[in-house]
Structures are given as structure tokens and as C-alpha cells.
Design a protein around this ligand. Structure first.
Ligand SMILES: O=C(O)CCC(=O)C(=O)O
Ligand SMILES: [Fe+2]
Length: 225
């Protein structure tokens, strides 16, 4: 399942981030990838050793952590330090696999259940640069407004098509979820959304309370924390 999470950053926050990113040290994106990825990866990333990187990644992490729809869809247990990438002049990232485990600054290791891209450029400012994700229902091509995020299973093969005009800048990260299984996580999300809608439409009721209890009991049953 893929989820579009709108408004992770406001237009002003995107502009501020972009201004800072223009000053950041950019290095070859192959610095953070294994053998297979290196063969198909052609982009730049902000140097994670730089002081500015620390500041920028924590701003993105904070925005993501505060977003209730992101929380409901991802049920995050761990989020990797967000990275920043840039594609221009035909740069691309061919179909690849995201590593199943990564080192994490606080916990040592994390499992990547979900991948996320936070778009930082308006779609009409560049051509190409679609994120293409293969899942069991076929191929999905994604290009979102600046400030919006796409969440997709890290288990799916995916690529970024060549940027043929302009520049595509994004932040991307991985999430270990409290609910490892995509199907269970999707069911919980659907239940959660319906409870919220019922509440907004009809207010509190015994039935809403009971469904909420059911949601939490399933979460209690399935979560790994
Ligand atoms: O730029 C993107 O949207 C995705 C990047 C990506 O797939 C990766 O770095 O593993
Ligand atoms: Fe990837």
C-alpha cells in the first residue's frame, strides 16, 4: 500500500529548507549505497558529515514526527536520519532494492519496513524525476507537490526516472514500524481513518468508543516495541 501524506512541510518551511540546502555540501549519492545500487545510482546527496546536515535532518524529522496522518499510516517505531538528494541534467536512480537493515544513531540497528520521499520542489519546475514503485498491483508513478510525502513498502523495487529539465530535490528516509506486516498495518490505518470520520460526522457514541477499543486491542496484539 502507498500513502500520500500531504502538508508535512508548509510552503514557507519548504522555502527555508531549500535556501539552506543551496548552501549545503553535496557529494556523489553513491556514498551511501551498496554494490547493486551504486551501479544504477546517479545523483547527489548532502554530506552527512557536515554540521548543516545535522540541523536540516532534525528539522525534517521533527516535521514528520508531528504529522498525525504520517503517524497513523506508518505507526513508526524508528525513523532513520532523513537524507537529502538532488537530481538534474538526466540524473536518475534505476530500479534498486533498499537495504533491509540499516544502522541507526540511537538503537544501533533498524529494519526498513517503509520508505518515504518528501518532495521539496514543485512538480511543474522539473520534468522527469518520477518515483516509480512496483508492487503486486502494478507500477505506480509518483510526483507530489513540494512539502508532501509518499510512504511505500521498502520491500518494493523502485526507481527515479531521469530529470530532463530543472532540478528535483527531496528528502528521503526509512521507517521501522511497530506493525511489521503491511496488510495488518493497512487494516489498522483503515480502521483508524473510519473511526475518525465517524467521530467527526456523528460525534462521540458508544459504538465509536467500542471501535476505538477494538483498534487499540489490535494494536496491542500486533505491535512489536
Ligand atoms: O529520490 C527518491 O525519491 C528515492 C530515493 C531512493 O530510492 C533511495 O535513495 O534509495
Ligand atoms: Fe531506494
Amino acid at each position: 500500500m502507498m500513502y500520500h501524506i500531504p502538508g508535512v512541510l508548509t510552503t514557507d518551511e519548504v522555502a527555508q529548507l531549500r535556501a539552506q540546502l543551496a548552501l549545503a555540501p553535496w557529494i556523489d549519492g553513491r556514498a551511501t549505497v551498496g554494490n547493486q545500487g551504486a551501479q544504477v545510482k546517479n545523483n547527489q546527496q548532502v554530506d552527512t558529515q557536515s554540521e548543516l546536515y545535522q540541523k536540516l535532518q532534525s528539522a525534517v524529522l521533527q516535521a514528520v514526527n508531528q504529522h498525525s496522518l504520517f503517524f497513523a499510516a506508518a505507526l513508526p517505531r524508528q525513523i532513520s536520519s532523513p537524507l537529502f538528494n538532488r537530481y538534474q541534467q538526466q540524473e536518475t536512480y534505476g530500479f534498486h532494492v533498499d537495504g533491509a537493515v540499516r544502522s541507526h544513531p540511537q538503537s544501533g540497528w533498524m529494519r526498513t519496513d517503509l520508505s518515504a520521499t518528501l518532495f521539496l520542489c514543485e512538480p511543474e519546475s522539473y520534468d522527469g524525476g518520477e518515483l516509480v514503485v512496483n508492487d503486486t498491483f502494478g507500477q505506480h508513478s509518483v510526483k507530489l507537490p513540494a512539502g508532501d510525502l509518499i510512504l511505500y513498502p521498502a520491500s518494493s523495487l523502485h526507481c527515479v526516472t531521469p530529470v530532463t529539465r530543472g532540478v528535483r530535490v527531496a528528502s528521503f528516509m526509512w521507517i521501522q514500524s511497530m506493525i511489521r506486516d503491511d496488510k495488518k498495518r493497512a487494516m489498522l490505518f483503515e480502521l483508524d481513518r473510519n473511526i475518525q470520520t465517524l467521530r467527526t460526522r456523528h460525534g462521540e457514541s458508544e459504538e465509536v468508543l467500542s471501535l476505538l477499543n477494538h483498534y487499540h486491542n489490535l494494536l496491542r496484539e500486533w505491535s512489536e516495541i
